[in-house]
Write a protein that binds this ligand. Sequence first.
Ligand code: FPP
Ligand code: MG
Length: 326
Amino acid sequence: MMVKIGKLVNYPISRPVRVELTKVERRLDEVIEDVPAHLRDKIKQIMKAGGKRLRPILVILSSASSGGVNAKTIDGAVAVELIHLASLIHDDILDNASSRRSVRTLNYTYGHNYATACGDYLFGYAFDVLSRHDDSDLLKPLTEASMALSIGEIMERDMAGDLHQNRKDYYERIDKKTAALFSAACKIGAAASGQNGDGKANLSSYGHCLGMAFQIYDDVLDINGEENILGKPVGNDIKEGIVTLPVILAVKDQVSNEIKEAIVDPNDNNIIRAIDFIKESGSIIDSKEIAKEFINKAKKSIMNLSNKKIQGELLSIGDFVIDRYH
Ligand code: FPP
Ligand code: MG
């Protein structure tokens, strides 16, 4: 059954998963209610702006794959989504972004200081929700992923503008920045339903590969997407000097003055020229192919999952990640 989440996305998720996701959504509504009154609208604006809720779905499916969904699963899903939202708020501050998911960012509307405090609040809330269970198998993946996210963001800043970086550098960075939280979502879901050993490791590996593909596709959309569908401007990575896979592949065998100039002086004209160069180099197609390889690896990781219904849903999510427009 297809369900509409956010404004544009049709996810291939089943009714039972949708029911669990509704519980997560209700809990996120409670988070908004718990926020000090004068911050409520600010937080609501970003939380209800139509995110894909992909990470909570991974927590739910990982629990459902064996043992079943329970209170730990729902809290895990809420906590993972809150960390994701907190990281987006902080990312928008660092990127100086003015819009996300077609709404104005908190930093744009209320300034950096308020936005930082709102992100911090959601970050703290996430750990409060999960620590109620006093279970380190739930908490550890979240603490590790939070640290990884921050290191990934630091690496991104450190490597900004460096056109000599290679694929390995990029993979290491997106593993931390994005794949770590996807993998953590699967580990938390598995732990919530009492899974350990190979089952949990396979789900974790699925999450890692899915996250790698997700970020590669995100980086492709930053060059190849449409602003009105993406809900944020294209070319933002180049503007920030962030060298992504399509750029690395485009400059592998050839020097590009277009890209160099756009990084030194990211005016609109230079960014358009750099984007045209990247598109003409064929690196968008190659990057999509690499994202597909990661999805194939993700699918392989869950080949032995005995719950075939859940396996089917996880496989469909893999296909969705590399066939989306935002
Ligand atoms: C969005 O990706 C950003 C991230 C995936 C990670 C951001 C992490 C931090 C800011 C570190 C702080 C961490 C915590 C836990 C609060 P993107 O920048 O590629 O995408 P975009 O185009 O949407 O900005
Ligand atoms: Mg960013």
